[in-house]
Design a protein around this ligand. Sequence first.
Ligand SMILES: Cc1cc2nc3c(=O)[nH]c(=O)nc-3n(C[C@H](O)[C@H](O)[C@H](O)COP(=O)(O)OP(=O)(O)OC[C@H]3O[C@@H](n4cnc5c(N)ncnc54)[C@H](O)[C@@H]3O)c2cc1C
Length: 344
Amino acid sequence: MFKPLASFLPKLGNRQLFQRNYASTLAFIESSKDGSISKSSLSLLAAAEKLSNPITAVITGSQAEKTAKALKFFYSCKNLEKLILFEDSKLDACLPEKLTPLLVNLLKGKEYSHFVVSNSSVGKSILPRVGALLDVQPVCEVTVIKDPNTFVRPIYAGNVISTIECPTEKKLLSIRASAFAPIAEGSMESVSIKKETDIPPCDLDVNCVKTILTRNERPELTSAQNVVTGGRALKDKETFDKLLSPLADVLHAAIGATRASVDNGLCDNSLQVGQTGKVVAPDLYIAVGVSGAVQHLAGMKDSKIIVAINNDPDAPIFNVADYGLQGDLYKIVPELTEKLREEK
Ligand SMILES: Cc1cc2nc3c(=O)[nH]c(=O)nc-3n(C[C@H](O)[C@H](O)[C@H](O)COP(=O)(O)OP(=O)(O)OC[C@H]3O[C@@H](n4cnc5c(N)ncnc54)[C@H](O)[C@@H]3O)c2cc1C
């Protein structure tokens, strides 16, 4: 007669009978070509800490080791245990076609319960591919992590804030970087670094032919403390630059734009703030000649102080503004710039 199964348990140990899902987070770290870690990845690690799992970070590209050392010796993330490096220049361009097989390979087993990317253009292009191949629905643009299964995210261009309980065994999350303060400076002596050489082949013959960098002396838009944004009212590129640059200079601010400004050729589309542009939450956001359409508000309404300059008293931007200057921007902006210069 067979003994009841339970009588074997102490001998075998639970692990041999049940393959349990280990609660552990895999975080994808982004870095620039010179190996410096993107600020959004520092926020990503801060968000990953809230999952209360051990964290493994994966770093790719020719400068992966430099990035890993910068992370290990200059920052502090108490749950970070391991860094996995894929040091290969073919991964420099962060092409999702090349990164996806590599990430799916890491995620397909039971080791990781959570996978987190930042809500950058790289994260946004990786996550759906990983989700499709693992047959898991990702949860996008998470702004609050309530517990390892419950996440808050904005929907309908930020007009509704939804709380989601995620029932899937594996959770794939993109994190809105502006909602999490970056991890603090420090060092992490105990973090191990593992170099991987086994890079899974990419089924698609995709290569990066050319990278065109937009040189910008200003702070990066998504992480700037101050942002000055110009709307359609600025009419043309020359006026946009002539009025906004001095104001941004005096505030050491990044320059943003509405979609109407971008579509009308007033500036580069990398400056677009909003639902289909970048999401920012600076300390100070000055909206110049911006009406405040919902799609624009979706990208900036979490800014700490909002100043709106508009000649229409009924412009919706005034509904979210802490300070409203009603009048002609062509008079107000030079005056404001001059006053701020005097204050310095
Ligand atoms: C699917 C979808 C996605 C979108 N995504 C985005 C997005 O990501 N970001 C975004 O910004 N938009 C987005 N839009 C477009 C959005 O709906 C608005 O059309 C756009 O934001 C308007 O830009 P604006 O405020 O510059 O222009 P307008 O709406 O034309 O506003 C110009 C403002 O300037 C004021 N003004 C004019 N002259 C002066 C003056 N001399 N002095 C002071 N004020 C003056 C006017 O009173 C007006 O309020 C999206 C739209 C759709 C449908």
